[in-house]
Design a protein around this ligand. Structure first.
Ligand SMILES: Cc1ncc(COP(=O)(O)O)c(C=O)c1O
Length: 378
């Protein structure tokens, strides 16, 4: 997940802290890696199957297919749903570029719609974007919050469309009690190191209840080959989740519920510290339907760039997801879809430090720095 990272001073509060994270779990992680290496279990072995089984159980689907990125999960999910040249897929522009690239690499056309103020797909806009060529809807559960899936699934049912969920940022988040990844034909997760469940490099998984999508993804990730028969069923890809990564992720999966609770606690502390500042919007969109897991804690202000500089000066590392609308990257060759909310978000959002290693002291320092800014330091 690339975001706009500032080169800066030695930070007192890191955005995430992979080093500290590793040191905390070192014993278990080293043991899991050593076990793979000692057995020579490097590619497509038991550790991968074990992790897939436990990951599927966590999400609540029949199958999980371990892949080397969230991107490949999206690409294979779309192929599994039958998306191909001439099709349109409705998704959002306020997402990581991989969501849209996966559609393009299927030969289909991404149709970009706007988001609501909770940063997630606006179902109204989806309804208006459906055409006879629409094949699928690709909602993105951004920042750890599930989209309004009742309305999105209703639109899909009405028009006979497939739904593929980009759940890269929403592991363990729920909508009406159902976990991200369970709503559509397939769900796509990323294990990029900054994610709530992050590996030591790239990784991802496709989850589904559909045996044909699971099988297709399993073949596509291994150059199209059925390992049992040696038959190549497709021109595929080299896109397996490495065994060592799977073993590490399996260790981390045990802590996932704790880390989700931790993030929710950190979010509540930010809220307690930052509520009431005029001109600052916080990411709390309460209501009984959602259980948010705060992959990112995104605040919003018209003074974003100045606030970011100020926080940097105080030793607080922040990220911006994302500073420029996707269609302004000329190399992507996307039409300007004219999405005012997405454009405003690009100008106004900033993500505060948030990880399993974020402490109350970090929140305190960050809150004080933000408050000082709004009290006039700007
Ligand atoms: C919303 C979203 N979609 C897709 C991806 C792609 O995942 P990956 O980086 O593992 O390919 C990411 C993560 O970076 C993401 O945040």
């Amino acid at each position: 997940m690339s975001a706009y990272v500032m080169a800066g001073p030695a930070y007192r509060v890191r955005f995430v802290d992979p080093q500290r994270h590793y040191l905390r779990l070192r014993g278990e992680i080293d043991a899991a890696i050593a076990d793979c290496l000692a057995k020579g279990d490097l590619v497509y072995r038991q550790q991968l199957r074990d992790f897939e089984g436990r990951f599927a159980a966590f999400v609540g689907t029949r199958y999980a297919v371990g892949l080397n990125s969230g991107y490949h999960a999206l690409h294979f999910a779309l192929l599994g749903a039958g998306v191909g040249p001439g099709d349109e897929v409705i998704t959002v522009a306020h997402t990581f570029v991989a969501t849209v690239s996966a559609i393009v690499h299927c030969g289909a056309k991404p149709v970009l719609v706007d988001v609501r103020d909770d940063y997630n797909m606006d179902p109204h806009q989806v309804e208006r974007a459906v055409t006879p060529r629409t094949k699928a809807i690709l909602p993105v559960h951004l920042n750890g919050r599930v989209c309004d899936m009742d309305r999105i699934m209703a639109i899909a049912d009405r028009h006979g469309l497939q739904v593929i969920e980009d759940a890269a940022q929403a592991i363990g988040a729920t909508f009406r009690g159902k976990r991200a990844g369970n709503f559509g034909a397939a769900g796509c997760f990323s294990f990029y190191p900054f994610k709530v469940l992050g590996g030591f490099g790239d990784g991802g998984a496709l989850v589904t209840d559909d045996p044909s999508i699971a099988r297709m993804a399993s073949l596509l990730r291994y150059n199209g080959e059925d390992r049992g028969t040696g038959e190549y069923h497709y021109h595929g890809y080299t896109a397996l989740l490495d065994n060592v990564q799977a073993a590490v992720l399996d260790v981390k999966l045990r802590y996932l519920p704790l880390w989700i609770e931790h993030r929710r606690k950190i979010a509540a502390l930010y809220r307690g510290g930052l509520e009431g500042i005029s001109g600052l919007r916080l990411p709390h969109f309460d209501g009984p339907d959602h259980f948010d897991i705060y992959q990112n804690y995104v605040i919003r202000t018209e003074h974003r760039d100045a606030l970011r500089q100020h926080l940097r000066g105080r030793g607080v590392e922040t990220l911006v997801h994302w500073p420029k609308p996707m269609w302004e990257h000329k190399g992507l060759e996307l039409e300007d879809p004219k999405l005012p909310e997405t454009e405003a978000i690009c100008r106004e959002v900033i993500s505060l430090p948030m990880s399993a290693e974020t402490t109350e002291e970090h929140v305190d320092l960050t809150v004080r720095a933000v408050r000082a800014f709004f009290a006039g330091a700007r």
